[in-house]
Ligand binder design. Structure first.
Ligand SMILES: [Zn+2]
Length: 408
């Protein structure tokens, strides 16, 4: 007997090109996209299709949360006033504040779950989370977040980065722990300011890329160093990516240096990153120089985004909404034209999917039916208006509405 196929037809969906369409979803994937009123009949052997009228709502692919820290947020826990550094921004001091805060926080699994639900509620159904690994916490954060990932597997796809929050060479034992974390189930190896934190670019990157090669893992490095020091490290990362044939598997998060170098140096860097296949993650941070999104995209670089910290020991901001992040990217980038607003949207959708190497992503036949429906004229208007009343569909089933997870 043929298996029973489950089919839903979403009528009157507004697509990115403004046309109205009927979207058929069979067993969790888009099986047909036809002009409204012309959905093909249900396939033989299907049960009666479920009909959902979207009433002209804009349908877009689910957002990609490309950089977050599930283990260190206090979202849903008590409010923790930000503690400023004593003598200018200092990563080591911030890590110490974080340790203090975490010691008094609600259990990590509960906080991670709060943050996950916040993100899914706004329409992110794929995520990359960095998870702290160092000598003080060992693999405890990784173990907790791996378990949370398992619990939420049906709701969201999560990639985990083994993140050396306290450096690698300057924190003895960390290289071995990172190796273990990758064996345990982390998908990528992280890094942290090879120059300013470990003061040994070659040594730091030897460990990171060595472990990536050993485990067949991707790389995503936190790089806050600015100016030419930042640029130098971006060059080193690109050179290794190229030499190891890892195009498409390497990302640099923040890369602030790209935001404060002369235009000619940026043009060269963009060319180099595109050729090497290194993606750049930016969250368009508050009062900080950040990688120029338009120039990098024009050079062919994959630029993606994430919330990064949400109500943690680093800053109090963040709402887990990647549409509002697209708005921030556009706002800070001086994007006004429709095509520019659409570019900001691409950063939190298709470009994110490319950086995370998500398979079968988008509103197209054969793709997983992970999408968001909302009231908006079109994509550029959605980026400007950031409508909060949305319905989030995972594999064709509603999982969240207006920011709240529906009963599973
Ligand atoms: Zn981060």
């Amino acid at each position: 007997m043929a298996p029973v196929r489950e089919q839903t037809i979403f009528r009157n969906a507004k697509l990115a090109d403004g046309s109205l369409a009927d979207l058929s979803v069979t067993d969790g994937r888009f099986s047909a996209i036809a002009p409204a009123g012309k959905a093909p009949p249900a396939r033989p052997a299907a049960t009666d299709p479920i009909m959902v009228d979207l009433g002209g709502q804009l349908v877009v692919p689910a957002f990609v949360e490309g950089h977050i820290h599930l283990d260190t947020s206090f979202h849903g826990d008590a409010w923790r006033p930000h503690i400023p550094c004593t003598n200018g921004f200092d990563v080591r001091e911030r890590v110490a504040f974080q340790a203090q805060n975490l010691a008094a926080a609600a259990p990590m699994a509960e906080r991670a779950k709060n943050q996950l639900e916040l993100c899914v509620g706004h329409g992110s159904l794929a995520m990359r989370s960095h998870v702290m690994v160092d000598a003080s916490v060992g693999l405890s954060h990784v173990e907790t977040v791996l378990a949370v990932r398992e619990t939420y597997r049906d709701l969201i796809d999560i990639q985990l980065v083994a993140f050396p929050q306290s450096g690698i060479l300057s924190s003895p034992g960390t290289a071995e722990l990172l190796d273990e974390a990758l064996k345990f189930g982390c998908d990528l190896i992280g890094g942290l300011d090879p120059a300013s934190f470990d003061r040994d670019v070659k040594g730091h990157l030897d460990v990171v890329f060595g472990l990536a090669q050993k485990h067949g893992a991707g790389v995503d490095i936190h790089l806050h160093d600015g100016g030419t020091l930042g640029l130098f490290q971006v060059e080193e990362i690109a050179a290794r990516t190229k030499a190891l044939g890892m195009a498409g598997h390497v990302a640099v998060s923040h890369a602030y240096g790209l935001g404060d170098i002369p235009a000619d140096a940026l043009a060269k860097a963009g060319e180099m990153l595109a050729a090497a296949g290194v993606a750049i993650m930016t969250n368009a941070p508050g009062n900080h120089a950040f990688p120029p999104v338009a120039a990098l995209r024009q050079a062919g670089v994959t630029v993606f985004s994430g919330s990064d910290n949400i109500r943690d020991s680093w800053w109090p901001y963040g709402d887990g909404d990647m549409l509002s992040r697209a708005n921030m990217i556009g706002y800070r980038s001086g994007f006004y034209e429709d095509r520019e607003l659409a570019d900001a949207f691409d950063v939190v959708t298709h470009a994110g999917a490319k950086a995370l190497r998500l398979a079968d992503y988008g509103i197209m036949v054969g793709a997983k039916a992970d999408f968001v429906a909302m009231r908006a004229l079109h994509v550029p208007e959605a980026v400007v208006a950031v409508p909060k009343d949305r319905t989030v569909y995972r594999r064709g089933k509603a999982v969240a509405r207006d920011g709240t997870i529906l009963a599973r």
